[in-house]
Design a protein. Structure first.
Ligand SMILES: [Fe+2]
Length: 269
């Protein structure tokens, strides 16, 4: 499996605090079936001042440590990129890294406040040739009152990344509810661990894949941790799975489509 979201590099953010912990995280990931992992420390201006250069350096050092410890985990450069007004320019300059130098990058909105003009920023990024991967929308506290924003971000071309712990219930009922809703609606492109440590928020995707498979089938659950992450790392074009579903019918057809939906569901709600 391929894990595209991890805070495994030591000392760069609130993830791993030491090389020993990073090695233990890598062992746990490999034991659970992860073979490839993107190292994606936070980039938050004024808080976690990481960038392409220091992340690439840390990945190289960690690769050497993995080799010495004989842990078979392939690493890729990436970042968990907090929103910023100049993000399109920073990505274009290369000072903020995408995933393995592809067009795809992890796009992290604030957890508790819906920023104004989030959709405008996403559109500017897409028009600049990048594909934002919206990280764990199911965990954002503003999703309850603003689910339509997630739908619209998906419709304009943002991919959706679910966090593994959310779909197994480790982040509580609300995150579980929205995980299941997003999967049931066919909006989830990838599942990633977003691991932060060897004891707290441990790595591993297999339990989440099993939980997702119960709702969307095994093939689609595997796509979320293998096929699509592989295409992202290879920079192949990828449409959000939820994009087609997000295309709104024209107003004239809306009533008819809603009726058809009810018929297909066999209910009247
Ligand atoms: Fe993260």
């Amino acid at each position: 499996m391929i894990d595209l979201h991890s805070h495994i590099l030591p000392g760069l953010d609130d993830g791993s605090s030491s090389l020993a912990e990073s090695l233990e995280m890598a062992r746990l990931a490999v034991a659970d079936g992860t073979t490839h992992m993107a190292c994606t420390p936070h980039i938050v201006p004024g808080m976690y001042e990481n960038g392409s250069a220091n992340i690439a350096r840390a990945v190289k050092e960690f690769e050497q440590a993995l080799r010495r410890a004989a842990i078979p985990l392939a690493l890729y450069v990436g970042a968990d990129v907090h929103i910023a007004p100049d993000l399109p320019e920073q990505l274009a300059l290369g000072s903020v890294p995408t995933l393995n130098r592809s067009r795809y990058f992890l796009f992290e909105p604030p957890h508790h406040v819906l920023p104004p003009r989030l959709e405008d920023l996403a559109l500017r990024l897409i028009n600049a040739g990048f594909v934002p991967i919206l990280t764990h929308p199911e965990r954002l506290t503003w999703i309850k009152a603003n689910y339509d924003i997630v739908e619209r971000l998906n419709a304009i071309g943002c991919l959706v990344q679910l966090t593994a712990d959310s779909i197994v219930g480790a982040f509580g009922r609300t995150a579980l509810y929205y995980s299941e809703k997003l999967i049931d609606e066919g909006r989830v492109d990838i599942i990633a661990s977003d691991t932060h440590g060897a004891t707290r928020r441990r790595p591993g995707l297999s339990q989440a894949v099993a939980a997702a498979a119960k709702r969307c089938g095994e093939d689609e659950a595997r796509n979320m941790v293998l096929k699509r992450p592989g295409e992202i790392l290879a920079n192949r074009p990828l449409e959000p799975v939820g994009k087609a579903r997000s295309k709104k019918p024209s107003p004239g057809n809306a009533g008819r489509f809603a009726g058809l939906g009810r018929l297909l569901k066999g209910g009247t709600a």
